[in-house]
Design a protein around this ligand. Structure first.
Ligand code: AVI
Length: 318
């Protein structure tokens, strides 16, 4: 995921960025709130549940691909590198790659320091002898890496198709920032979800158990909790749609009736059927993914996909 936000509501602080993004997003046309705000404590828990859903194939398929690709990645990049994971979160996929690569150091980067240190401690315990240097930073910009890994060649790790949650332009900027952070001679191992039949894609973002719906609607609960709002959450419905022109899944919250509410003292009115756009998940064709990487300054050198070509793990060179 892009970021793991601290649960400001639980500790009684209001994040001014959250407030301004929500107020501006609700006033804009079309109305839209950035997906990064999904990940309060509850949202992060719901996302973990999403990754186990039968309909949500990316996590499962990528985990299997990491197991297959690991030894081949090691053959190409060699051992002894520093693995630098962007947006490491709970570092759930990390052991798979660390086991295969046998790096000298592991540098998890995440915006949430609490999550980061917990995950770093866990990994240090699982891999005794591995130097773990967590960095609390926003990886959307170039990140200075710790001096202790300056001399080591790097392998960037960006799993989960998180890159898909950005527009292509923002994705290219991020890939360039990563190249800058990792330096000459670096490799990047990245997970990218494929364009496929909407009959598979739409349920992956609108599952039968309603976990994704709860994840999307939690954003409104979060606004009520943290921004002194009175949004009638029950009056909204989760919607997942495939936008074929832009090759992306879009998540929206749709008003089921005319709705009036206030956020931080500001009034908003939504007509029945109006939506708040909350997330984009861009999918890539094989050539589209390679073009994206090249535009971001990376040359693809190897690629692994499952039998259905539903997800790709790509190794690229700086
Ligand atoms: C974090 N990110 C890659 C997920 C995705 O598939 O776009 C977020 C998500 N949203 C709904 N389900 C999963």
């Amino acid at each position: 995921m892009l970021t793991q936000e601290k649960d400001a509501g639980q500790i009684g602080r209001v994040d001014p960025m959250f407030r301004s993004d929500v107020l501006n997003g609700l006033a804009a046309r079309p109305r839209a709130i950035q997906a990064r705000w999904f990940y309060d404590h509850r949202g992060s828990q719901l996302f973990e549940q999403i990754t186990d859903l039968p309909e949500y194939y990316p996590t499962r398929v990528e985990a299997a691909l990491l197991d297959t690709a690991g030894p081949q990645v090691r053959e190409i990049v060699g051992s002894g590198r520093a693995v630098v994971e962007f947006g490491s979160g709970s570092s759930a996929k990390t052991p798979r790659i660390l086991r295969a690569i046998e790096p000298s150091a592991y540098v998890p980067i995440d915006i949430s320091g609490d999550f980061l240190r917990e995950a770093a401690d866990d990994l240090a315990e699982q891999f005794p002898g591995l130097a773990v240097h967590p960095v609390e930073a926003n990886f959307l910009h170039p990140v200075p890496l710790p001096d202790k890994v300056a001399a080591l060649p790097k392998l960037g790790f960006f799993p989960g198709s998180t890159i898909g949650n950005m527009t292509a332009l923002a994705a290219v900027d991020l890939l360039r920032a990563m190249r800058h952070s990792l330096g000459e001679g670096a490799y990047l191992l990245i997970g990218i979800d494929r364009v496929k039949d909407p009959e598979i894609l739409v349920p992956a973002y609108d599952d039968a158990q309603g976990v994704t719906a709860a994840f999307n609607l939690n954003l409104l609960d979060r606004i009520n909790r943290e921004l002194d709002a009175d949004i009638p959450v029950d009056a909204f419905r989760h919607k997942s749609v495939w936008n074929a022109d832009i090759e992306r899944i879009e998540m929206h919250l749709e008003a089921q009736r005319d709705i009036a509410f206030t956020v931080n003292g500001r009034p908003f009115d939504l007509a029945k059927g109006e939506t708040i756009h909350t997330e984009n998940s861009h999918k890539y064709t094989p050539s589209g993914a390679r073009l994206l990487l090249r535009s971001g300054g990376w040359t693809p050198v190897a690629e692994w996909t499952d039998d259905d070509d539903s997800f790709a793990l790509i190794l690229a060179e700086a």
